[in-house]
Structures are given as structure tokens and as C-alpha cells.
Design a protein around this ligand. Structure first.
Ligand code: OGA
Ligand code: NI
Length: 354
């Protein structure tokens, strides 16, 4: 989660990768001379939620979260039909007249409509701050004068995906030894706001090879991303920080990313994965993102006792999620660097005042 940047200046930062072959239908392939070699770093972990729920071992989940900070989630229980219906609803919402889309405003700046702009000429978004609240989802639908069918799809999707976010968070806590198997891990994350954002990338022939969204980490705890099923472009930093690995979409799955707050919460154990979106082809790309952010409002993020002991002293000064989001905004640090500002003794003007 983050403010998204658009920069149409070409970058030549591309790496080779160990994931399946790229789509063969790029309209304008990148010149091969711009593709530096990179160390191979293994393939993105794939985790099956049903299997995780049924098993006492979640070692592979722990490893994915610590080493990669991201993984592909399959068998998550959200019907493929609901995912594709949601994708068509999203497409239709973006086709609404601009004055209707502008009615989508929400509690935080950037959590509602983001129009195409000269700074971000390819990127448009709609969203709401807390899709865990049915009332907030209804308000979002009211703002966009959603039809009854659209409303039903959006409500079902919000409920289903919020449930998945809570289950994944609970399993993560269990895999890290924060809660036992029989404990209610989801209770730890109850009441955490869950931001919802739908993104439309208006990729053009002349922007192929340019960033659609610049390098960033998400600010919250975890993100579930329903990528466009046919237009790729997402790239994640490999586990050895050697370069970006293109992530090909896998229809019917979600990509899970951990953000800065996961690193703070786990006292540095979980990896806040850097990622970006590159324009790979001149086609509209739609993605649907759900961000489980952090404890509500002023609540300070406390690493559970499992993460702090004599050998692992507390790394970050206490801060609320909102305070941290604001710190990222005012310092313009969106790729994980803001965490360093929470280390060491407090600066003269204490961060707590932010
Ligand atoms: C984000 C993000 C990727 C995408 O919204 O934070 O990284 O594929 N989106 O849209
Ligand atoms: Ni992101």
C-alpha cells in the first residue's frame, strides 16, 4: 500500500528470472540489451490456504514471509466466478463518467478516487478505507450509484476477501509461534482496517518499458492482490535483493505481499517486499488490491512477546499505523526506508508527535 508513483521516463532495470516464460504477446518487446543478467533466486512460493488450514505445519508459510515477503495464494476459497465478476464490475466502474467517479471520496486522502493526472498519466484508482465494514462498502456503492447487481458482487467480494486476509494473517501468526494452533489467531487482527483499492493502468504503446508504479513497499501489514489475469507487469524484489522478478499472473489466485507494518510488528522478522509495476504491453491492466493495514487509528503497534527477548531487543520505536503512514508521506519514503527513522533514539522532534 502506498501512494503510487507514475514516471514515464524509461528505466532499464530489468532482470532475468526463474519464473515461467513471459507472455509471448508483448506488442513492443524490450530490447534485449536492456536486460542485465541477475542471480537466480528461486521461484515465488505458492501456498495453498486449504492445505495450510488443515495442517499443523506452516513452515513453508513462515519461510515465504521471512525470505520473500510475498507468495502466491491458491485454494483460498474465493470462488473464481466471484473474482471474474468483480473484475468486470471494476471495469464498468472505471467506465463511469468522471463526475460520478469523483464522488468517491473517503476518510484519508488517496483512499478514494485518484484521477489520471499529468504526474500519473497512466494510473487511475477508486477505493475505500475500510472494506471490513459493510456500511463503508455500501457508502462506496452509493457514491458510485452502483446497480443492485454491482452492489451485490462488491459486497460479496469484500466479505470473502476480508475473510481471506484475516485467515492468512492468523496463519502467519501461528507459523511464527505467536499463537498456538488452537488459539484464535484472527483475534489478533480484529478491527484492523482493510483498505480496498482498484487500479486501472492505461498502458500505451509509447509507455512500454516504463514504470507503471515505481518501486515501493506497501505500508500496511499484508496485501492481497488480484492481478489482471492477462496483462502482467508486476515485479517483486528477489530474496537476495539482487533484482526484480517478473510475476506472471495466475488466474484464480492472489498475490500476497507483506508491507512495512509487518516488519515493525514482527520486530524485523518479516520482509516488506519491494515491488513495482512495469508497462509491458499497450493494454489496459486492472488490479484489485486489499490492504490489511494495521491496528486501528491511534493504537500503537506492539510486537508480540514471541519476537522480543534479550537476543532480539525491540528494533522500532512505538508508532501507530496512522502515524507511520503519515511519516512515510511527510518524508516521501515509500520503499521501506521510513523504517530506519523508527530505529535508534528518538530524534529531537519526536516522531510520536507526527
Ligand atoms: C499497490 C500495488 C500492484 C498492482 O497497489 O500497492 O503494488 O499490480 N499494486 O496493481
Ligand atoms: Ni504495492
Amino acid at each position: 500500500m502506498s501512494r503510487l508513483y507514475m514516471n514515464t521516463a524509461p528505466t532499464h532495470i530489468r532482470t532475468s528470472h526463474s519464473l515461467p516464460a513471459r507472455h509471448s504477446h508483448y506488442k513492443t518487446p524490450l530490447p534485449s540489451s536492456t536486460i542485465p543478467s541477475a542471480k537466480m533466486a528461486g521461484t515465488l512460493p505458492i501456498l495453498d490456504l486449504q492445505e495450510l488450514q488443515g495442517s499443523s505445519s506452516s513452515e513453508n508459510l513462515r519461510e515465504a514471509c521471512e525470505k520473500w515477503g510475498c507468495f502466491r495464494l491458491v485454494n483460498h476459497g474465493v470462488p473464481v466466478k466471484l473474482m471474474s465478476e468483480m473484475k468486470s464490475v471494476v471495469g464498468e466502474l472505471f467506465d463511469l463518467p468522471i463526475d460520478v467517479k469523483r464522488r468517491n471520496v473517503d476518510v484519508l486522502s488517496g483512499s478514494g478516487y485518484v484521477a489520471l493526472s499529468s504526474k500519473n498519466p497512466l494510473y487511475e484508482a477508486l477505493g475505500l478505507y475500510d472494506m471490513g465494514s459493510a456500511a463503508a462498502v455500501h457508502k462506496f456503492c452509493d457514491q458510485l450509484a452502483a446497480s443492485p447487481q454491482h452492489r451485490e458482487t462488491i459486497l460479496s467480494y469484500a466479505e470473502a476477501i476480508h475473510g481471506v486476509a484475516m485467515q492468512v494473517a492468523a496463519k502467519m501468526a501461528e507459523s511464527l509461534g505467536v499463537v498456538g494452533r488452537s488459539d484464535d489467531g484472527a483475534g489478533l487482527f480484529e478491527g484492523w482496517p482493510c483498505q480496498f483499492r482498484i487500479n486501472k493502468y492505461h498502458f500505451q504503446p509509447e509507455t512500454v518499458g516504463s514504470p507503471g508504479v515505481q518501486i515501493h513497499t506497501d505500508s500496511g501489514f499484508l496485501t492481497l492482490l488480484q492481478e489482471d489475469e492477462s496483462v502482467g507487469g508486476l515485479e517483486v524484489m528477489d530474496p537476495s535483493d539482487a533484482g526484480y522478478i517478473p510475476v506472471d499472473p495466475v488466474p484464480g489466485s492472489f498475490l500476497v505481499n507483506l508491507g512495512d507494518l509487518a516488519t515493525v510488528w514482527s520486530n524485523g522478522k518479516l520482509r516488506n517486499v519491494k515491488h513495482r509495476v512495469q508497462c509491458k504491453e499497450a493494454a489496459v491492466r486492472i488490479s484489485i488490491a486489499t490492504f490489511l493495514l494495521g491496528p486501528p487509528r491511534d493504537t500503537v503497534v506492539e510486537p508480540p512477546p514471541a519476537f522480543v527477548d534479550d537476543v532480539h531487543p525491540r528494533l522500532y520505536r512505538p508508532i501507530s499505523y496512522d502515524g507511520f503512514r503519515e511519516l512515510r508521506r511527510v518524508t516521501d519514503k515509500h520503499a521501506g526506508e521510513a523504517l530506519q527513522l523508527l530505529q535508534g533514539p528518538p530524534p529531537a522532534a519526536s516522531m510520536d508527535q507526527i
